[in-house]
Design a protein around this ligand. Structure first.
Ligand code: URA
Length: 209
């Protein structure tokens, strides 16, 4: 069974409050989204395996732990997920990048694929799918399904703000996927926005609307 991790940390609360503030402009919003992505990535990588290696310090030689060459794919869901890429790459610089594009079909109202490009060796990588908002869970579930269909096995989902029904929906459909969240809010409104939320993450990141 997967785990749902809501990261409790003063820096995360503080930075999330900056994102929520409607007076925060796009430049600050982008910077803080990246900072939060970095902080969440710290938790996502907590179980990465280590190996012992011999290192010569300026004083002596010792055996120390380094990452066991874990292969990672960072996969933002377009477009808001792009806002988290630089933050994650700043601590996992050797990750490869994939991209997933989904639009909402006007008839079915379901997320529908329009773009998917993932690293060829996706089956061997820890796949970190990113989207700042987990609202109904429909988009996230479809993004995870697309990665699984192309061979992804170790899949983790990272978001900044989630609604309980979104967490529940992803957990139900993909019980093998661990979910990492900065903050959880109470509910969705009739337009599918998280309340109290932070508005439309894509618009606020890119200054559209
Ligand atoms: N997507 C957003 O950008 N904001 C929400 O509140 C919900 C989904």
């Amino acid at each position: 069974m997967s785990k749902v991790t809501v990261i409790e940390h003063p820096l995360i609360h503080h930075k999330m409050a900056i994102l929520r503030d409607k007076h925060t402009g796009s430049k600050s919003f982008r910077e803080v989204v990246n900072e939060l992505a970095l902080l969440v990535a710290y938790e996502v990588t907590r179980d990465f395996p280590l190996v012992e290696t011999e290192i010569e310090t300026p004083i002596t030689t010792g055996t120390f732990k380094v990452l066991a060459n874990e292969k990672v794919a960072v996969i933002p869901v377009l477009r808001a997920g792009l806002g988290m890429v630089d933050g994650i790459l700043s601590i996992i610089p050797n990750a490869k990048l994939g991209h997933i594009g989904l639009y909402r079909n006007h008839d079915t109202l379901l997320p529908t694929e329009y773009y998917c490009k993932l690293p060829d060796d996706i089956a061997e990588r820890v796949c970190i799918i990113m989207d700042p908002m987990l609202a109904t869970g429909n988009t996230t579930n479809e993004a995870i399904r697309m990665v699984k269909e192309r061979g992804g096995k170790d899949i983790r989902f990272v978001c900044l703000l989630a609604a309980p029904q979104g967490i529940e929906a992803v957990h139900r459909e993909h019980p093998d996927v661990d979910i990492y969240i900065a903050n959880v809010d109470g509910k969705l409104n009739e337009h599918g926005y998280i309340v109290p939320g932070l508005g439309d993450a894509g618009d606020r990141l890119f200054g559209t609307k």
